[in-house]
Design a protein around this ligand. Sequence first.
Ligand SMILES: Nc1ncnc2c1ncn2[C@@H]1O[C@H](COP(=O)(O)OP(=O)(O)O)[C@@H](O)[C@H]1O
Ligand SMILES: [Mg+2]
Length: 233
Amino acid sequence: MEDATGVLTILHDISFELAPRESVSIVGASGSGKSTLLSILAGLDVPSSGRVVVAGTDLFSLDEDARAALRARQMGFVFQSFQLLSHLNALENVMLPLELMGRTDARAAATEMLRRVGLGERLSHYPCVLSGGEQQRVALARAFVVRPALLLADEPTGSLDFATGEKVMELMFELNREVGTTLVLVTHDSAIAARCDRQLRIEAGRLVPEAAQAPQGSQPTQAPVQALSAGSA
Ligand SMILES: Nc1ncnc2c1ncn2[C@@H]1O[C@H](COP(=O)(O)OP(=O)(O)O)[C@@H](O)[C@H]1O
Ligand SMILES: [Mg+2]
């Protein structure tokens, strides 16, 4: 919607908290603002107003470099389009976030994570020779290898066939439990959404109060992420 100032407001009055280790799905029609919300949670898009507090730190109180450093330490990303670097092989793709953090054990840790996702025999393969499901498993390995506090996944099965998508989702939930990551999952698939602890529905940039809320006892005691009252230009 365009207001008198010509600003396009995509998200309005969205506020929620995420507890450590919980999984939350974000559902809503195409164009409702799901990807924009994930970008803001990641600090990649800057909202015109509002805050995102990650483990006590307000993302937008940091400068770009500090925000990038926090993102590298605390967040993993999985996208519909995999987003692997085509000139790096599977192992190098997974090593990259560790190397950027200065980890000297990058090779060993990346190798172990690729084994964990069933790609121990594919270490030196480039993305172009991997199937979609294999590429997404490399992307999962890359996302989880830093043991992030928060994993943001945007339609991670959107370009996979049903059976492959199911396997990738299964793996994502397993890693979520093993690593203790908080998982925010954007999906069109209501069956996948229902497997998360909680569902958030967005309609035209607004959060719809859900009838089915978090079960008793799983309410956050401390919040690693608080978001947000955002408009995004
Ligand atoms: N960079 C941008 N500039 C202008 N409008 C955008 C931009 N990115 C997204 N939008 C608009 O914001 C709305 C929400 O988009 P998006 O967050 O991608 O929705 P979803 O992921 O739910 O499909 C859409 O109307 C889209 O056209
Ligand atoms: Mg989207």
